[in-house]
Design a protein around this ligand. Structure first.
Ligand SMILES: Nc1ncnc2c1ncn2[C@@H]1O[C@H](COP(=O)(O)OP(=O)(O)OP(=O)(O)O)[C@@H](O)[C@H]1O
Ligand SMILES: [Mg+2]
Length: 281
């Protein structure tokens, strides 16, 4: 029985309440200040891309949003609820509402793909073994893995298949919000384009909100509604990619004017160089 909160469990989000709302976030490791006043709002149903140089604090931001690192200042609200004022039980309810694909996929190496995908269901639901197994296989199919992948261990999969297995696990509890950290890194251009397509399809068909960290400028053009830029320890811009192109922030200019930026812009509408597929802008 919780007494101190005004918001009921598992409430539907009121219209207009952002899925993620970060205000004045400060993050530190000792004297290393990684974020110095981050403001960011993620709207329901959007695919938000997050870019920034290596070490700029993208993964730390993700870890903070999912409660793995406590903020050193400022506030984080998920689904309208302040993370600092969340009881254990409310936390457990909230945890079911998001899925995460970590930068390294972070699959359990001693478990099969099916067991990996089943793990969140074993932890958070009371479904029978048979039901869990069936649902895990549905998720495995949903991300485009062949059925025989279910009994393989992560070490027996290609990098792209591991990403898909990680995505299947992130989708295990039918989340409303999906966190992706570099989902296309290490994939060839065709595999990366296919993965983008998959994320886009999932977000369209399931109405998912997606928070996607990426270095992949093609992904920004292909699937992101807006892009947030992390630089100088802050979010320096949040806008649709076509508007960001006009920014005069030095890091953003360099990002677009570098060789990869130019290639992506020329292939605008979607196709990665050599990828062939035409994807809607
Ligand atoms: N557990 C930790 N302990 C101490 N410092 C950390 C820890 N995790 C991250 N950092 C520091 O925080 C900063 C941001 O790291 P982070 O991993 O968020 O970068 P990133 O933007 O995700 O980079 P990349 O694009 O390379 O993945 C770096 O200076 C890093 O050294
Ligand atoms: Mg990172």
């Amino acid at each position: 029985m919780s007494l101190e909160f005004d918001i009921p469990e598992n409430e539907e989000l009121e219209d207009g309440v952002p899925v993620i709302e970060v205000r004045g976030l400060v993050s530190k490791f000792g004297s290393n200040v990684v974020h110095d006043g981050i403001d960011l709002t993620v709207r329901r149903g959007e695919v938000l891309g997050v870019v920034g140089g290596s070490g700029s604090g993208k993964s730390v931001l993700l870890n903070t949003l999912i409660g793995l690192k406590a903020p050193d200042g400022g506030s984080v609200r998920l689904f309208g609820r302040d993370l600092r004022r969340t009881s254990n039980r409310q936390w457990d309810d909230m945890e079911r509402r998001w899925g995460v694909l970590f930068q390294s996929a972070a699959l359990f190496s001693n478990l099969t793909v099916r067991e990996n995908v089943a793990a969140p269901m074993v932890e958070h639901t009371r479904l029978s073994k048979g039901e869990i197994r069936r649902l895990a296989d549905v998720k495995i199919a949903l991300v485009g893995l062949p059925p025989e992948a279910a009994i393989k261990r992560p070490s027996e999969l290609s990098g792209g298949m591991r990403k898909r297995a990680g995505l299947a696990r992130a989708l295990a509890l039918d989340p409303e919000l999906l966190f992706l950290d570099e989902p296309t890194s290490g994939l060839d251009p065709i595999g990366a384009a296919a993965f983008d397509e998959l994320i886009k399809d999932l977000s369209d068909s399931l109405g998912l909100t997606v928070f996607m960290i990426t270095h992949d400028i093609d992904s920004l053009y292909a699937i992101c509604d807006r892009v947030a830029v992390l630089a100088d320890k802050k979010i320096v811009a949040v806008a649709p990619i076509k508007e960001l192109e006009k920014s005069d922030h030095p890091w953003i200019r360099e990002y677009f004017l570098g060789p990869r930026g130019r290639a992506a812009e020329h292939a605008e509408g979607g196709a990665r160089s050599g990828g062939g597929a035409t994807r809607g802008a």
